[in-house]
Design a protein around this ligand. Structure first.
Ligand code: SF4
Length: 395
């Protein structure tokens, strides 16, 4: 069933939908929205030898020339994922004495890791995983919720596509948790990888460098002339955001810079916040299967010292995802460094200072920490029987 769902999500599916849309009567057409991940944009920029802003503007024009109506950036939805993760961590930290499963909190942004945890360690690990939706699925809720309302459309009249650095996002979009029963529609209808965008360009005989730039769309309707990123690395900056904000919120300590200490390798590092020799916060990042296994073993033995772990399935994180473009004639290390340099060249924004984020919290979600924010921006996980799952785990 998984492979059928995934095969429904490809650039061919998008092309079919766009062709059907062109042929359909106006009242039957879907509004086509594409949300592009910043990791995909960096990979495309490196491949096409363009700047990030140019890449975003030219990709917007290219997609619109195919019949796409709006092109958004999932950096925007990541603001919500970061803020909700931070609040969730603070709540868990405060109840840690009464709830032994409250900590460590494990990141929820990587569907490869979630799939592995559900299938392999199910009910033991699940309570530790943050319930906050990933940026892709927050974008799904924003597009099929807020944006649909603004456009006076029911959610099923919008076809929402995301461009992502990995194939596991296709499985994530297909989860029943992200299916709207009332309107029989998914929050994200189709996921295409960065490599599939390149195939789309090749199929259309278009070189991105030759495309004219278009203004960037934003969810609140004001066209943007700039791109922003988040501090803390190519996997989203969860550790840094939660660490700095929790240090302030829980202990009144301002953290100006974060010093990572490598443990076994560069994909397993830790960070501590100390006062008078006492460790107040102990965070880690664990990327790649080997480090995740190590982390899970520590947890099972009751010897996991961390309060929070940013867990990502791919070694080196999302910029190195399996759906990214492999550059020609360069070693994989060099190509990754090039993509990392581009990705980190953007000015980092502070999520709570983004006016559009504040406005959506206030007017659409009913306030910071409201029941509606919890309902819209959080999800749940499901233990899968080991006997049924052993053959399905892909790494
Ligand atoms: Fe996808 Fe890899 Fe990032 Fe996980 S770490 S979200 S599998 S690219």
């Amino acid at each position: 069933a998984e492979s059928v769902l995934v095969s429904q999500q490809s650039h061919e599916e998008l092309c079919k939908l766009l062709a059907l849309n062109k042929a359909a009567a106006a009242h039957e057409q879907k509004l086509v929205v594409v949300s592009v991940s910043p990791q995909s944009r960096a990979s495309l920029a490196a491949r096409c030898k363009l700047g990030l802003l140019e890449t975003a503007q030219k990709l917007t024009m290219f997609l619109k020339s195919l019949g796409v109506h709006y092109v958004f950036d999932t950096t925007f939805s990541r603001n919500f994922s970061l803020l909700e993760s931070q609040q969730e961590f603070v709540r868990r930290f405060q109840r840690r004495a009464d709830d032994k499963k409250a900590l460590p909190m494990l990141a929820s942004a990587c569907p490869g890791w979630i799939c592995y945890a559900e299938k392999t360690h199910g009910s033991f690990i699940i309570p530790h995983i943050s319930t906050t939706k990933s940026p892709q699925q927050v974008m799904g809720s924003l597009v099929k919720g807020y944006f649909a309302e603004q456009q006076h459309l029911s959610p099923d009249r919008i076809y929402h596509v995301t461009v992502m650095p990995c194939y596991d996002r296709k499985l994530e979009a297909s989860r029943p948790d992200f299916f709207n029963q009332e309107y029989q529609t998914r929050d994200v209808d189709c996921v295409i990888t960065t490599g599939e965008v390149l195939k789309l360009l090749e199929q259309e005989g278009v070189s991105l460098a030759d495309v004219d730039p278009a203004p960037l769309d934003t969810l609140l309707g004001v066209p943007s002339g700039e791109l922003r990123g988040h501090a803390g690395g190519g996997s989203g900056g969860y550790l840094e955001h939660i660490f700095t904000h929790s240090a302030l919120q829980l202990f009144g300590i301002h953290v100006d810079s974060i010093h990572y200490r490598p443990l076994k390798n560069k994909d397993f590092q830790e960070v501590t916040l100390e006062r008078d020799g006492e460790v107040l916060l102990h965070f880690a990042l664990a990327y790649g299967f080997r480090n995740i296994q190590n982390l899970v073993q520590k947890l099972k033995r009751g010897k996991c010292p961390y309060h929070y772990v940013e867990v990502m399935a791919c070694p080196s994180g999302c910029l190195n995802g399996g759906g990214q473009i492999k550059l020609e004639g360069e070693s994989s290390k060099e190509e990754l460094q090039k993509v990392e340099r581009l990705y980190e060249s953007l000015r980092a924004e502070v999520p709570e200072e983004n006016q559009a984020v504040r406005e959506l919290y206030q007017h659409w979600l009913g306030g910071w920490g409201s029941d509606r924010a919890l309902q819209v921006l959080h999800t749940q996980y499901h233990a899968v029987e080991r006997a049924n799952s052993a053959l399905n785990i892909k790494w």
